[in-house]
Design a binder for this molecule. Structure first.
Ligand SMILES: [Zn+2]
Length: 278
């Protein structure tokens, strides 16, 4: 697993499998906090941990454990979990933070309600295929259903201050999902879009090519404002690279043009799946 900071309040972990990417997002330091005052920090004052969310999840047990350790050491007090969409490999946060509630878009809550066993089964099948030993079973708990578009508050801000993550609709890869904008860090966490390692994918049963195209259009103004984009697979990319991938993804979704850097055997298989879905 790779772990890196793209901002003092945004840490990114990248799984060894599928480069599945998760982000720890923390409320910004209030003015006067040791964390916000360089002089206090130099004098050795350590800031108190601040409330944080884990968005999506890494996959392997050691990676989940390490994510909890990294959060703890870096002063990210994880109080909640968010998932960009309902695919099982993004839903494992409770294995690292068993007491935290999982917040998802209303569309994802609708998809998972009564079918959360699917994610558990798919995780079990993955573990069996790859001989992964895992303690404890995945329980998604009671889902927090979030209206999208909408906002979700993070941390107890001072008087007149609100720290809110913006939730933007992101259907297409699947029929559910959301992208998350972190205003104070200028970071976009977009789920399974704009990946440097995977072409756009959808299935006939679940996502759709036209919805994928529409989501790319909706993401564009956010990408243009971003310092960093964190896709669901492939680790963080800067805005310039994200815009280049955005153009490639539009060309793929509109005209089936496979991007050169994502045209290996596996990507061609995914491409055939997309063609079959139409
Ligand atoms: Zn995914």
């Amino acid at each position: 697993m790779r772990a890196l900071a793209v901002h003092p309040d945004v840490l990114v972990v990248v799984s060894r499998v599928w480069q599945t990417t998760a982000a720890l997002v923390r409320a910004p330091a209030a003015t006067g906090d040791a964390g916000a005052d360089p002089a206090a920090a130099l004098a050795g004052a350590t800031a108190a941990p601040r409330e944080a969310f884990l968005v999506d999840s890494p996959v392997y047990p050691d990676e989940l454990e390490l994510t909890a350790q990294v959060a703890d050491q870096a002063g990210f007090a994880v109080a909640g979990l968010l998932a960009t969409h309902g695919d099982w490999d993004h839903l494992l946060g409770r294995l690292a933070f068993p007491k935290a509630a999982l917040g998802v878009a209303e569309t994802t809550a609708a998809r998972l309600t009564g079918r959360s066993g699917d994610a558990v089964r798919e995780l079990r099948a993955f573990d069996a295929e790859h001989y992964v030993a895992r303690e404890g079973a995945l329980g998604l708990g009671e889902l927090q259903s979030l209206p999208v578009p909408g906002k979700v508050e993070l941390g107890a801000a001072g008087p007149g201050q609100r720290h809110e993550l913006e939730l933007h609709p992101a259907a297409g890869h699947t029929a559910d999902g959301m992208a998350i904008w972190v205003p104070w860090a200028r970071v976009l966490i977009c789920g399974d879009y704009l990946s440097p390692v995977e072409i756009p994918t959808w299935t006939a049963a679940d996502g759709s090519r036209s919805a994928y195209r529409a989501t790319l259009e909706g993401l564009k103004p956010l990408v243009e404002q971003a310092d960093w984009v964190i896709p669901g697979h492939g680790g963080p990319i800067d805005a310039q690279r994200a815009l280049a991938i955005w153009r490639e993804d539009v060309a793929y979704v509109e005209d089936w043009k496979l991007p050169l850097a994502r045209s290996d055997r596996r990507q061609k298989q995914l491409h055939e799946g997309n063609r079959a879905a139409g």
